[in-house]
Design a protein around this ligand. Structure first.
Ligand code: ATP
Length: 373
């Protein structure tokens, strides 16, 4: 087997130092593990069948800039140009590609995911991905997966059982993202499932965009991604009620969460309510309740865990998915039972992620052990 230096001999030395070797089924690949300008974490390098050189690269999905003040952000970013508005769905990011006649799906970090790949192959049949790949074998699909999934526990209860695919980008075989309108045309041609779209806006129709966002806020939808018509420029803007919901759901994971997680959400929510002139008393109550209710379970505390339900076709898919996510937290399988979805026999897996750091800290705090903070 070739060494990493031999495989990456034509690349910048920095790349060979920051890749991790992985295997999925019979596909050998490396994932880039660092975030550096020009090359984001999650890029994949697929090896040829001899395992000696890189045959194909799958680019990482780029970061999307965030604005905190809608009007000024739109003015700065789009000026007088029009832009498309799409819903920012709250699931997890995946990139789907076809290689050697098989479909694979990766997480944002560049792990080919057994769960998402199994579903992507099902979407091949029921959501026309195979039809699309017959004509565009080298294209990359970028999408959000929502519904029952192992990565994001904030499932929209109105969604039907199972995982759901929402495509928001297509990259052609030259490595260019399609402009929104071109993408909408291609998606319509193949009847591919996409994120909800809200049409074109500009500074002149900012009031309409604000009404759209207020409606999304009422429904606790996450927000929007604004996309320029002809350049790959994206901007995200989120609603305060989804930020406050995140605070409520995650404050109990406090010791396992990035320290800026809550601060950023608080600041975003407050700037939104200032710009949109929302009722400050109402939001003081909502923000306060999120912190207080989010910590309710400390009154009768056992451990910090998040419950998930997923549907897989094969117990092996669950075993491998579990291996993949176990790196970060402990996983407890709670229940396995047969289910029927999309006219197929599936297995419903109920499991929880147990957050050991927060569990240990709260346990010791509640037992009265002192801490230096
Ligand atoms: P970053 O953008 O810095 O990578 P992040 O990983 O924290 O940030 P988010 O803040 O959730 O991610 O926002 C970006 C993500 O939003 C995208 O990676 C994508 O998965 C998701 N997303 C949901 N809907 C859309 C959409 N319509 N267009 C583009 N991305 C979308």
């Amino acid at each position: 087997m070739a060494t990493v230096e031999q495989i990456f001999e034509d690349y910048d030395a920095e790349i060979a130092q920051n890749v991790e070797k992985r295997q999925f089924e019979s596909l050998d690949y490396y994932r880039y593990v660092k975030d550096k300008s020009g090359l984001n974490r999650g890029r994949l390098f697929l090896l040829d069948s001899s395992g000696t050189s890189v045959q194909r690269e799958i680019p990482a999905f780029p970061h999307i800039n965030r604005v905190y003040h809608l009007e000024n952000g739109v003015q700065q970013f789009f000026g007088d140009s029009t832009f498309h508005v799409e819903e920012k769905l709250d699931g997890y990011n995946t990139r789907i590609f076809q290689h050697g006649g098989e479909i694979y799906a990766t997480t944002k970090g560049g792990f080919i995911c057994p769960f998402t790949t199994e579903w992507a192959r099902l979407w091949g049949e029921i959501a026309n991905l195979y039809k699309f790949y017959t004509d565009h074998p080298e294209w990359l699909i970028c999408a959000e997966v929502a519904g029952h999934n192992p990565y994001n526990s904030q499932r929209d209860p109105d969604m039907p059982d199972g995982a759901r695919l929402f495509i928001f980008d297509l990259m052609d075989d030259d490595g260019n993202y399609l402009d929104p309108e071109e993408r909408y045309r291609v998606m319509e041609r193949y009847d591919l499932p996409g994120v909800p779209t809200y049409g074109e806006y500009s500074m002149e129709s900012l009031d309409d965009l604000m009404v759209l966002l207020q409606n999304m806020n009422q429904k606790e939808r996450e927000g929007v991604v604004m996309k320029s018509s002809h350049k790959d420029q994206y901007l995200k803007f989120v609603t305060p009620r989804s930020d406050i919901k995140d605070i409520h759901d995650n404050i109990i994971l406090h010791f396992d969460t990035h320290p800026f997680y809550f601060r950023n959400r608080l600041m975003r929510a407050i700037l939104f309510l200032q710009e949109f002139e929302l009722d400050k008393n109402e939001y003081a109550e909502r923000i306060g309740r999120a912190f207080i209710d989010g910590l309710d379970e400390l009154e009768d505390f056992d451990k910090v865990e998040e419950d998930y339900t997923i549907f897989v076709q094969n117990t092996n898919t669950w075993r491998k998915t579990r291996q993949l996510i176990r790196g970060e937290v402990d996983i407890e399988t709670k229940n396995l039972e047969y289910a029927s979805l999309h006219d197929r026999e599936m297995i419903q897996v109920d499991f929880s992620r147990v957050f050991q750091k927060s569990t240990n800290r709260y346990q010791s705090i509640l037992q009265g052990f002192p801490h230096t903070d």
